[in-house]
Design a protein around this ligand. Structure first.
Ligand code: MN3
Length: 202
């Protein structure tokens, strides 16, 4: 049993014009697929084979098995990214998550400012995340393949700030890509589901 590349949860052109079908085609069909393929090649015939992706990430992180960790974490991060965006995204969070956002960041605008600053401030490749830990929301960035999973944090949503995520559409203008995500694509329903699951598990 190998790790599978999940299908996108929407058509490749569903996020246009904010993320083009060309970008999504490369990002999912080439980049994400390459992480999955390299992971399967690396774990074949090893103690990692047959384990869940979450298990592989945790074990490879503990063992400082960088090659396996990088590809496993990138496989997980990208699947989480696809769900963090939606063709009907943008707008505002509702319910308990909205209350938690207001309590932590003052307002939705306060959240957007802090998220944008974190995503712009990530030097080089990485990810910006809304996470929950100990009942409190936070915004963090991780470098390269690093994922909040290995720090005991619960990810609620993420944005990929590797250049391959935006360069075809926005070239060097990472700020315009971040704005498009926050204005038009951010999937608050997905974040709310993750928030409620984490609250129920606590
Ligand atoms: Mn990527």
């Amino acid at each position: 049993m190998s790790i599978a590349l999940p299908d996108l949860p929407y058509a490749p052109d569903a996020l246009e014009p904010h993320v083009s079908a060309r970008t999504l085609g490369f990002h999912h069909g080439k980049h994400h697929k390459a992480y999955v393929d390299k992971l399967n090649a690396a774990i074949g015939g090893t103690g990692y084979e047959g384990r869940t992706l979450d298990d592989i990430i945790a074990a490879a992180h503990t063992a400082a098995d960088t090659g396996v960790f990088n590809n496993a974490a990138q496989a997980w991060n990208h699947t989480f990214l696809w769900h963090s965006m939606s063709p009907s995204g943008g707008g505002e969070p509702r319910g308990a998550l909205a209350e938690a956002i207001n309590a932590r960041f003052g307002s939705l605008d306060g959240f957007r400012e802090k998220f944008k600053a974190a995503a712009l401030g990530q030097f080089g490749s990485g990810w910006t995340w809304l996470v929950r830990k100990g009942g409190v929301l936070d915004i963090i960035s991780t470098g390269n393949a690093e994922t909040p999973l290995t720090d005991g944090l619960t990810p609620l949503l993420t944005l990929d700030v590797w250049e391959h995520a935006y360069y075809l559409d926005y070239q060097n203008k990472r700020d315009a890509y971040i704005d498009a995500f926050l204005d038009k694509l951010i999937n608050w329903e997905f974040a709310a589901q993750n928030y409620e699951s984490d609250r129920a598990a606590a």
